[in-house]
Write a protein that binds this ligand. Structure first.
Ligand SMILES: C[S@@+](CC[C@H](N)C(=O)[O-])C[C@H]1O[C@@H](n2cnc3c(N)ncnc32)[C@H](O)[C@@H]1O
Length: 324
């Protein structure tokens, strides 16, 4: 079998030693299509499982000429191709197009892969008996599906995903639709049909009220995708920092990069909007500013995606409990 590798230089070095190795694809390779045409004998592309390499391959998917992709884990100089993690990852993300099309969810393919992989990696490392995750903003359940599956795909299937939502949209976002369609009934129907409702505990309330009823240091994972206006998302992040365990994984949606890459007038004048356009690209200024206030630039994003994530250390937790 002739194969190419997309991954870090260390993982490529290891796979180069295998019989059949043909070539590695690096992130500088701009003319990907030409590159693929130059190696017609390739049968498989191996892609290192990390948000950065997933983002790279996602951006070049159209040039892969239908070559199959095999994902591998690279850990401490070891390559694992069919590990429980890679198998779980492929099983979950292979349902993306069905889930997104049916729920009409707000989560792109790269975001779904980032959510799934970051959760799986975190749980793989933490070795938890029982996982508790919280989602703020579930709507019809697209992101909920990936979270619920990821927390129940390694080890015992006892993870609980608390889905907290008013299921009424918000002042600027789908308020009208939610007034005449029972969005929660749709959510429950989809989650049941994907066989994940058994992992879900719905919390039907405004997040401000919901957070006030939850225990501190309770959740292993929190994903925030509720109201994107600055004051609301600031309060969701602040509350989440209180409710997440030290060492937990905090994630959220609708974040393109970092606030300091945008002109401050654009940022300031759009803080209380769901989103705004700058040079043809969509930004949720409230999300970016709230992240900047709490973390500076000290959080992760993925090129071309909208998910942000950060592992909350015990120090982060105490230092970040800022006054309002
Ligand atoms: C962008 S949608 C979530 C999309 C969803 N994560 C997906 O994958 O399709 C935002 C959600 O936040 C909910 N929401 C808005 N304001 C909220 C609030 N104050 N408390 C709880 N949920 C809220 C809305 O009802 C809506 O379902």
């Amino acid at each position: 079998m002739k194969f190419a590798v997309v991954g870090s230089s260390s993982s490529v070095q290891l796979l180069k030693q295998c019989e059949g190795y043909t070539v590695s694809i690096d992130s500088e390779n701009n003319d990907f299509n030409l590159f693929m045409e130059s190696f017609p004998e390739l049968q498989v592309i191996f892609v290192e499982l990390s948000p950065a390499w997933l983002s790279y391959i996602q951006a070049h998917l159209q040039y892969l000429q239908s070559k199959p992709i095999v994902y591998f884990e690279y850990t401490e100089s070891n390559i694992r191709i069919n590990s429980p993690l890679t198998v779980a990852f492929e099983n979950i993300v292979s349902n993306y197009y069905k889930v997104q099309t049916q729920t009409q969810g707000q989560i792109g393919y790269l975001d779904a892969t980032t959510i799934t992989l970051t959760c799986l990696n975190h749980l793989n490392k933490s070795n938890l008996d029982q996982v508790r995750a919280l989602e703020v903003g579930s709507w019809t359940g697209c992101s909920s599906y990936f979270l619920a599956k990821a927390i129940n795909s390694l080890g015992s299937q006892t993870g609980t995903l608390y889905c907290m939502d008013t299921w009424r949209g918000s002042e600027y976002w789908n308020y009208d639709i939610a007034a005449y369609i029972d969005i929660f009934a749709n959510f429950r129907g989809y989650m049941t049909s994907y066989d994940v409702y058994r992992y879900i505990t719905p919390v039907i309330t405004d997040s401000l009220v919901g957070f006030s009823m939850m225990r501190d240091d309770f959740f292993d994972i929190i994903f925030i995708d509720g109201d994107h206006r600055y004051t609301k998302v600031y309060s969701d992040i602040k509350n989440a920092l209180q409710k997440i365990k030290p060492g937990g994984l905090l994630m959220g949606h609708d974040c393109r990069g970092y606030a300091d890459a945008l002109p401050s007038e654009f940022l300031q004048s759009n803080l209380e909007k769901d989103c705004a356009f700058y040079q043809g690209k969509q930004y949720s200024c409230g999300v970016l500013k709230a992240l900047q206030d709490f973390f500076g630039c000290n959080y992760h994003t993925v090129d071309g995606g909208s998910v942000w994530y950060k592992f909350i250390s015990p120090e982060d937790k105490s230092a970040l409990l800022l006054p309002n």
